[in-house]
Design a protein around this ligand. Structure first.
Ligand code: FPP
Length: 267
């Protein structure tokens, strides 16, 4: 019998030897809707802030795990365009948390050769956060091992609207004709231009929604929903999601003839 494929591992992933992954079937881009911080805190009689604080630790764990697995792109949906409607105290706390993360993590990200890019309407962020974000993006821009995209004040519909406006301007200027507009034209105008479409979307906390995340980009993405709340989503849960992804057969609208495994969770 063929031995189970094992990923080349180093700590901390070696703590999970029972989860074997196939290195040739790693997703290229994993996107995560990090949900459930509030419920995690409520269940423990803690403030929602504490849930978010613990959620930050999960961010660190998952970034490190993805890097160890050799996943080149990871997007974290950290703050949606709708999250501005939350109570001011919570929004302020989250902004403070993002600021702290950017200030304290940049050194670690540099050490790990991780590039950070920002997605969304970052102009809406408080100046302090915007500046810290710009500094992290600039400091890490030459890093190549992995890209972490932080979606902050991001909305999928707004992303498409902005792209449509930009294309309309180009048409009005005569730079392109309407007939030349294709999927690539639109993809290039989205905030995710330059990133591959996600292969895998993970949403934590049991909610089965997309919540105005990557509406265009998720066309053929494999969806993985888990009841685990984000602050409890660490290396083991991430590996389980990747293992589940590797069992999926990706057909991209084509058909499977049973013997053709070429499309099975491959890029
Ligand atoms: C959703 O949980 C979570 C958020 C809106 C914030 C995400 C923020 C973090 C994970 C903190 C750290 C992030 C970075 C990038 C440093 P929720 O509050 O909606 O939870 P609930 O649905 O249980 O109320």
């Amino acid at each position: 019998m063929k031995p189970e494929p094992q990923v080349a591992i180093s700590l901390p992933l070696s703590d999970f030897p029972n989860l074997s992954l196939d290195p040739s079937r790693m997703p290229r881009h994993v996107a995560i809707v990090m949900d459930g911080n509030g419920r995690w805190a409520n269940r423990r009689g803690l403030s929602r802030h504490e849930g978010h604080r613990r959620g930050k630790d999960s961010v660190r764990a998952v970034v490190d795990a993805a890097r160890e697995l050799g996943i080149p792109y990871l997007t974290l949906y950290a703050f949606s365009s709708e999250n501005w409607r939350r109570p001011t105290t919570e929004v302020s706390f989250l902004m403070q948390l993002f600021h702290r993360y950017l200030i304290t993590e940049t050194k670690r990200l540099m050490k790990r050769d991780i590039r950070v890019v920002a997605l969304g309407d970052t102009e809406r962020l408080p100046p302090r956060v915007r500046e810290a974000l710009a500094e992290t993006v600039e400091a890490t821009r030459e890093n190549r091992t992995m890209t972490v995209a932080l979606a902050l004040s991001y909305g999928g519909r707004q992303d498409i609207v902005n792209a449509a406006r930009s294309i309309a301007r180009k048409v009005a200027e005569g730079a392109i004709s309407p007939d030349q507009i294709d999927e690539q034209t639109l993809a290039r105008e989205l905030t995710t231009s330059g990133l591959p479409d996600p292969d895998l979307l993970i949403r934590t906390s049991g909610e089965l929604r997309i919540s105005n995340f990557f509406l265009f980009q998720l066309a053929y993405t494999e969806l993985y929903f888990t009841d685990t709340l984000w602050p409890d989503f660490r290396e083991r849960e991430f590996l389980s999601a990747i293992a589940a992804y590797q069992l999926r057969e990706r057909r991209f609208g084509a058909i499977s003839n049973g013997s053709d495994t070429r499309l099975r969770a491959q890029n």
